[in-house]
Ligand binder design. Structure first.
Ligand SMILES: NC(=O)c1ccc[n+]([C@@H]2O[C@H](COP(=O)([O-])OP(=O)(O)OC[C@H]3O[C@@H](n4cnc5c(N)ncnc54)[C@H](OP(=O)(O)O)[C@@H]3O)[C@@H](O)[C@H]2O)c1
Length: 167
């Protein structure tokens, strides 16, 4: 499995969950996050500023674009014939391309906004409590600095999560 954008909030959980379920994981992230993604259990890490993973000849059963910035055509080339493509960002143009590709190929493409279900959230909470997965927290801001927190997140380079503290 390849996880593109492995250092963001979605990506850091995706790497850990994929490893928990026994997948062989390649994480794609920037230079500053190589160590972080390795520490989360990724078997291989590719620096997107230095290597284009779509050109190294590797193919994957599953490609998860966790930040919506992966190259769509390249991802399709690097996906096995019966592979599964997962997309975290439901941009309309991308959804149309995904729909079309799933109609003309044997690949399965899944995207859209997740519907949180209580039982899944409880399952994740139990994994965290058991130490099987850990939240990655980049920064904490007090409630009154929520604007600054948003400004930081909107730069698009946070590592894992940013927390607003209420108490
Ligand atoms: N579908 C859903 O239900 C759902 C749920 C939650 C979130 N989302 C969406 O998922 C996306 C990800 O959210 P997030 O909070 O995990 O992270 P984010 O804040 O959007 O992304 C932060 C991470 O992205 C990496 N990144 C930035 N540009 C990149 C690039 N060109 N290639 C690879 N990595 C890159 C950054 O690493 P570097 O600093 O190394 O670049 C950073 O670690 C958002 O668009 C969000 O709206 C969807």
């Amino acid at each position: 499995m390849l996880i593109y954008g492995a250092s963001g909030s979605v990506g850091t959980y995706a790497v850990q969950l994929a490893k928990y379920f026994g997948a062989q994981v390649t994480g794609v992230c920037g230079t500053a996050n190589l160590e972080l993604v390795t520490s989360l259990g990724a078997d291989k890490v590719i620096d997107y500023t230095k290597e284009d993973f779509t050109k190294n000849g590797e193919t994957y059963d599953v490609i998860f674009d966790a930040v919506g910035k992966g190259p769509f055509s390249g991802c399709m080339r690097s996906l096995k014939k019966e592979g599964i493509y997962l997309q975290a960002v439901a941009a309309p143009a991308l959804m149309v391309r995904m729909r079309w590709t799933s109609m003309i190929s044997s690949k399965k493409l899944i995207g859209g906004t997740a519907t949180p279900e209580t039982e899944n959230l409880i399952y994740l909470k139990e994994l965290v409590e058991a130490g099987k997965i850990k939240p990655v927290i980049d920064r904490r801001y007090p409630l009154e600095q929520t604007v600054e927190a948003h400004r930081y997140v909107e730069k698009g380079h946070k590592k894992g999560n940013v927390v607003i503290t209420i108490l």
